[in-house]
Design a protein around this ligand. Structure first.
Ligand SMILES: Cc1cc2nc3c(=O)[nH]c(=O)nc-3n(C[C@H](O)[C@H](O)[C@H](O)COP(=O)(O)O)c2cc1C
Length: 145
């Protein structure tokens, strides 16, 4: 089972959790930048990973999804979403819905069981996260996919 995590930047909370998961499992990592286009070998599982920013995922993830040519992804590949966030309202759901719609337009189904964990930021909010327990929970989720 080949698994890959695609995430948006090489620093921050999402990076921390994704690095832990990759370091403790057989999961590859790919960081996408501002202009990265879809160019991957076959994976059984692709996890898109991002912080939540005002109800959206990171712009680099959106750019990367937009670069996928319609109906070119092997239908055996399953796509999932992992989010880090403060826990503000339904912003996780908004981010999920956005990614779901974008992928759908490319002929790709986003699996509904997305994963999330808290991530610190803006001074005092969720200052202890992501902690080791968060990382372990995301690893467990990844291992079950
Ligand atoms: C500009 C900005 C906007 C954010 N908007 C939200 C939000 O809408 N909902 C939420 O729960 N967290 C929000 N957060 C918190 C981030 O999602 C959280 O800190 C996340 O872990 C950041 O991921 P990163 O460190 O990988 O960039 C926001 C943070 C920033 C800096």
């Amino acid at each position: 089972m080949k698994k890959l995590i695609v995430y948006s930047k090489e620093s921050g909370n999402t990076h921390k959790v994704c690095s832990y998961v990759s370091g403790n499992s057989d999961t590859d990592l790919k960081v996408v930048g501002k202009t990265t286009k879809y160019d991957l070998p076959y994976y059984d599982v692709i996890i898109l990973a991002s912080g939540v920013y005002m109800n959206h995922v990171h712009a680099n993830i959106l750019t990367w999804i937009n670069s996928i040519e319609k109906n070119t992804i092997d239908s055996n590949t399953k796509f999932y979403l992992f989010l880090t966030w403060f826990g503000r309202g339904n912003s996780d759901k908004s981010a999920f819905d956005e990614v779901k719609q974008l992928l759908k337009a490319k002929g790709i189904e986003l699996e509904d069981n997305y994963m999330k964990c808290f991530g610190k930021g803006m001074g005092m909010i969720r200052i202890s996260h992501p902690n080791e327990e968060d990382c372990k929970n995301v690893l467990l989720w990844t291992n079950k996919l």
